[in-house]
Design a protein around this ligand. Sequence first.
Ligand code: 5RP
Ligand code: CA
Ligand code: ZN
Length: 220
Amino acid sequence: ADPVERALDAFRAGDPVCVHDFADREGETDIVYPAGAVDEAAVAHMRNDAGGLICVAVSDAVGDAFDLPFLADALDHPAVDDDPDYDDRSSFSLPVNHRETFTGITDADRAKTIVEVANAAGRVGDDPSGYGPDDFAGEFRAPGHVHVLRGDRDGLGGRTGHTELGLAMAEAVGAAPAAVVCEMLDDETGDALAPADAAAYAARRDIPYVEGAALVEALT
Ligand code: 5RP
Ligand code: CA
Ligand code: ZN
């Protein structure tokens, strides 16, 4: 089947997708899950088989409702450009823990934080006035162990990172505007996993592998 259709079918079922962004961007493949479907096994899957940072992306509207800042604004240097080399800006906001976690790092704790971020994002999606900064601060604390990323206001029209690619898949299947991403690293070299190796892993594990370009083409 078409890679985009396979990816969306997996997302609809709460299953992971491997997403390679672009050779002229990060050139990385992330394991991506719809955030509401993440359980302990999914966190273990990402830290064992991907190995990068486990982050939860939320839409711009949700970021506004939560009153989430961009971390890049926290260290403001007048003379130096802090933007990454591969994009105009970073999508990183705060790292958070749900308040009903202990250290925040265990598989159970991170799954709890991620699922509750998805639930909160879903509540914003249903009624933006029904869930505000105080609700978010009441449920979550910072610093924490799950990095929140803010999607661009114009989605894939404004930025084409894994942040927006994951959120576009969530939107396409009607899931809450929250997607978890984790970079796949090469255990031998420590570098980003080469696209061919990521595709081979995905094939072995029966996980859809999709190119960012195909998602942009299909979803914009
Ligand atoms: C968080 C990252 C990853 O690259 C992740 O894929 C999100 O970032 P982006 O939207 O820039 O691709 O840096 O670990
Ligand atoms: Ca990155
Ligand atoms: Zn990325």
